[in-house]
Structures are given as C-alpha cells and as structure tokens.
Ligand binder design. Structure first.
Ligand code: PLP
Length: 443
C-alpha cells in the first residue's frame, strides 16, 4: 500500500467533496464555483465515475454513459436490484395493468386523494409482512426516514443515533432537534451511556434511538434485541431503517429483524422499495394506528408531497408478493449464492471486503488517489461498479460498492473479480509512477 504525499499528486487525485461542503462568501451561487472547477478537472482526467445513465435499464450487464455521453459497458455491479425484480415479467405486467386502470399519476398528496386501491393494499401487505399494525407510504425511502424523525421528534426531545446512520436519518434528526447524540457504530454500550446521560437530566421529553438493519456501506448489523431492551429501560422509542435487508435477507425475507426474531418488537420500522422492490418509494411501519394517523398529517415529506404513482404502488405490491412466495425464497437463495461466491473470489484474489454477507459487497481501496486510479481502469476493462468516497464514507476510506443481484451469473462474478484484481494492480503501478517516477523518466 502506498503512502503518497498529497503534494506529489495532481489535484484530481487529492481533495474530497469534504473540502467543498462549507464554502465562504456572500454570493451563494458564486462561492460554489470552486467545486465545479475541481470536479470538471476530475471529469476530464477520467476520475469522476458519478451520475451515469443507462439506456436499457439496470440489467446484470449494461452500457452506461457519463454526463458528456461517453459510453462504456460491462458486467453491472452498480445497480441496486437485489432480487432482479425490475425486469421480472410479473412486475412489468403489474405496471402495465396499473396504467390501464389508473393512468400514470396519483395527482394528490396521501393526505388528500393521492391514495389508490393498490397503495392501500400495499400498506396492508407491509404491515402484515412485518408483524406491525399499520404502515404509511412515502414518495421515497429518503422521505420516509427524514419524515418519520421530523414527524415524531420535537426540539426539546433527544435523538440517539448510530454514528454511521444514513443521510436521510441524519438530516431528519438535524431538522428535528439540536439534541442529537451519535453512538459508536453498532455499540449498544455507547448508546446506553448516552441514554443514561439524557435520562439523568431529562425525564420529561422523548428519546428516539435510530439505527439500520444493515448498514449500507459496511454491510454490518446491530444487535436489535439489545436496543429494544435499552429503549424499554430508558423509556425511549426505537426506529430501524431496513432499506437494504428487507426482502433480500433471511429465509423468509424479513431481513435482520426477522433473523434476530424481533418481528413486531421494534417501534418504528422504516424502509425503501428502491433496493429490492423494483420501485421508488418508502414506508414507515408502526405498532399503532395512532402513530400511522399522526405521521399521515404531521410528517411533512408525506403530507406535503404527491403520493406514490399508481404504477409504483402496484409494482411494489407485486414485488412484496413475490418476495413473500416460494419464488422469492429461490431468488434469495440465488442472491446469497452469488454474494458468497463474489466475496470468496475477491478474498482469494487478495482483496479485502467489508462486513457480513449481504447484497452489498464493499471492496477496500483506502486512499482516494488509489481508488480513483483503479476506478478509471475498471470502467475501461468492462466493469460497472460504484466508487464510494466522502460523504458516503469517511475521507481516506474509499471503496468500491458492488451490489449483487439474484440473476448475476458465475461468469459475471468471475469477470468482475478478475477486473478488480487487474485494475487494482494497474492502479497501484500508476500511483507508484506518480509518487516515485522511474529513473528513465528523470534521465
Ligand atoms: C439505509 C438507507 N436508507 C434510506 C435510503 C433512501 O432510500 P431511497 O433510495 O428509496 O430514497 C437509502 C438509499 O440510499 C439507504 O441506503
């Protein structure tokens, strides 16, 4: 591993979005131009692998185009379609049937008449699936996470949150109260210390404890029973974001809450349809009709936003039915086979992977410089995979996030590993040349 001094490296290999998060100046628009200058240079040098598009959908192999229309193609480990439902014939049929019945638009907030027969059935299906009483739908998972917190927590309340919680949870917390306490990732004891501290001085206001069922960059999971116990002990409410594990993990697709036998025990279960359920959309499932009704009218991203389209509701409902069937079980088995095969092959190739087996397989890179060089190689060698840097992960912990699908083939998995291994070696060699130019270059 190279320890490159940043002064030897071009600006496109150094720096991070972190440096542009807080910018100074009285002109809100002018002061952000420095970011565009830096980004454009990265883009020109082939170090900006973001904001790409497909023209035939997120299949297991696909072509992608960047902002300038430059195309590459290859095996696709960059899309989140864990059970490969986005092109499933029954899902396509559900979408077509919804158009025939409703047209394409819900034309209203769920607080007015934006709901459809399908969205009502979807809320019921999610409640039953999770052993919860009621569910509220949101236009996206982000809106669900942000909206649940902002809807329930007032400025005098407290939030105790895993330090690596998703941006929708962090933003919701910041919008709700200044009393936000981050506990060490996955450490219930650290959460306990905050709860003791808060209850030591405030017994009258509420506390929301927030975590995820499966962390989206580290593929690890908390001990949910411990957090449930803590919440009971300190009169707090537990919210778990199951965006990445629901439907995709566990023998019956109930994710970590199911695998840890905690169905019906968590106060607020929040999730997204965008990873496994082939649609935009999110939900908050609760143990009472009172909470559902309160969130319906006091959670701004739900109340003051247009409801899911009838197509999205019909697709997510059909996806839940598949997830809850024998076919769903078979798809999860195939997904897990692929996950284990990918992890095993990566390790055999000398790469380091994060966390536990899940559809998220993150491959360690470390410095942004090496990661960007590897990323440039990867896209030319025929692999579509997302490079993750700050703000998704801390600076200096760059990684590739590979997302596995049920219908990836063994050949595609082998090809991905082969490319990563070759690209990593090529990236290391390029970095070594930049840091320590060979003598022939100096002569
Ligand atoms: C843990 C987690 N929660 C919530 C979301 C937001 O979901 P959506 O894409 O449906 O807005 C995501 C997606 O990035 C996520 O990873």
């Amino acid at each position: 591993m190279h320890k490159a001094s940043s002064s030897m490296l071009p600006a496109t290999l150094t720096g991070s979005l972190r440096e542009y998060r807080v910018v100074e100046g009285s002109d809100l628009l002018k002061r952000i131009e420095c970011f565009h200058d830096w980004q454009s240079q990265r883009f020109q040098d082939g170090f900006w692998p973001y904001s790409r598009s497909t023209d035939a959908g997120p299949k297991s192999a696909c072509a992608v185009a960047d902002d300038m229309g430059r195309k590459t193609d290859g095996v696709n480990f960059g899309s989140q379609d864990y059970l490969s439902l986005s092109n499933h014939p029954a899902i396509r049929e559900a979408a077509h049937a919804a158009i025939e019945r409703y047209g394409v638009h819900s034309a209203g907030s769920p607080a007015f008449i934006g709901n459809t027969t399908h969205s009502i059935a979807l809320e019921k299906k999610i409640s039953e699936f999770l052993g919860m009483e009621r569910t509220v739908l949101f236009p996206t998972g982000f809106a669900a996470g942000f909206g649940a917190i902002k809807g329930l927590v007032r400025s005098s309340d407290h939030i105790v949150m895993d330090a690596l919680a998703h941006a929708c949870l962090q933003d919701g917390a910041a919008a709700a109260t200044k009393n936000v306490y981050l506990f060490r990732h996955l450490e219930s004891d650290s959460a306990r210390r905050w709860l003791e501290h808060i209850r030591g001085k405030d017994t009258t206001n509420g506390i929301l404890v927030v975590t995820e069922g499966l962390f989206s960059m580290d593929s690890d999971t908390p001990r949910i029973a411990e957090l449930v116990e803590l919440c009971r002990e300190f009169n707090a409410t537990l919210m778990v974001d199951v965006a990445h594990d629901l439907g995709a993990l566990g023998p019956d697709g109930r994710g970590h809450i199911g695998m840890q036998n905690m169905l019906g025990q968590v106060d607020i279960v929040m999730g997204s349809f965008s990873k496994t359920f082939a649609s935009n959309g999110g939900f908050v499932a609760t143990r009472s009709r009172a909470v559902q009704q309160y969130l319906r009218y006091f959670s701004t991203p739900g109340t003051f936003s247009n409801a899911l389209s009838p197509i999205q509701a019909a697709v997510a409902l059909r996806a839940f039915e598949i997830v809850d069937s024998d076919e769903g079980k078979a798809l999860r088995a195939s997904l897990m086979r692929n996950i284990l095969s990918l992890r095993e092959k990566l390790v055999a190739a000398g790469m380091e992977v994060y966390g536990d087996p899940s559809a998220i397989v993150c491959v360690k890179m470390g410095t942004e410089a090496l990661a960007r060089l590897v990323s440039r190689q990867i896209s030319h060698m025929g692999l579509v995979a997302n490079l993750v840097e700050f703000p998704a992960v801390p600076k200096g912990q760059a990684r590739f996030r590979l997302q596995v699908m049920a219908n990836h083939t063994e050949e595609q998995i082998a090809a991905a590993v082969d490319i990563i291994q070759k690209a990593y070696a090529a990236g290391e060699a390029e970095l070594a040349e930049i840091v320590e130019p060979p003598l022939r270059a100096i002569a």
